[in-house]
Design a protein around this ligand. Sequence first.
Ligand SMILES: CSC[C@H]1O[C@H](OP(=O)(O)O)[C@H](O)[C@@H]1O
Ligand SMILES: Nc1ncnc2[nH]cnc12
Length: 289
Amino acid sequence: MTETVLGVVGGSGIYDLPGLEHAEWVSVESPWGAPSDQVRIGRIDGLKVVFLPRHGRGHVYAPSDINYRANIDVLKRCGVTDLVSVSACGSLKEELAPGTFVLVEQFIDRTFAREKSFFGAGCVAHVSMAYPVSPRLVDTVEAAARSENLTYRRGGTYLAMEGPQFSSLAESHLYRSWGCDVIGMTNMPEAKLAREAEICYATVAMITDYDSWHPDHGEVEIQAIIKVLQDNAANAQNLVARIARDIPRIHEACPVGSDTALEFAIMTKPEARDSELVEKLRAVAGRVL
Ligand SMILES: CSC[C@H]1O[C@H](OP(=O)(O)O)[C@H](O)[C@@H]1O
Ligand SMILES: Nc1ncnc2[nH]cnc12
């Protein structure tokens, strides 16, 4: 029996979580380097909540500069079982207007300049990413979105691009032709690393703009994005608080195996493993090492 610990990664515009009781900023060290910031640890209705601002307070890190491995490692060290990412995203569909919350189901990873795995030479592992989000966690997020009267849609594919520049018109049309629904720069490799760390993951994509494809909306403009983010920050924070109040206090087994992803994933024989890497893996993979 494992007690639920809710992790929240706050994206652009979300640098704190008001409503956390007994909250304090805590430094957590990681063998994977420096995380984006200290974590804010507190309680909501008795539940332990661990918040990490993805870009750091003051928005210090660009998407390619975020140390995703350190971030997931410190969340794991804090006991996080279930992680909700709150992310600003562009819309690739007419019906997903700015202000809509999309509960993402799938990802296409087009990032190319990031460390994407905790594993590698000396300890090789392959986990499944067929179902990257945890449906049970999304159930909780959806119920919370409904209770908060948010405009939301469950399902959708998130295209992760490298950035930091926004897409060209041709790229925007290409991603639409692939059937993608939203576009952002951060949820990969975050979702992959959460899976390797056996943490259930869900993404709340807050639509801030129509990317560059929409004939009536023109190019993406950061001022317009910031305005939508400011208008929606309270909604996002209320949503997280509701999730924290409603999520079951005992972590329920994930139907797609997020919390047991490493069970048979490690290929390298124990005697062939690199002891330094094994030591670094202690928090994320200690259960199976
Ligand atoms: C502020 S627009 C671009 C920026 O916003 C998104 O970040 P996050 O997912 O952390 O909310 C997007 O991925 C870009 O990093
Ligand atoms: N159009 C867009 N492309 C990539 N990331 C975004 N974040 C918010 N809007 C975005």
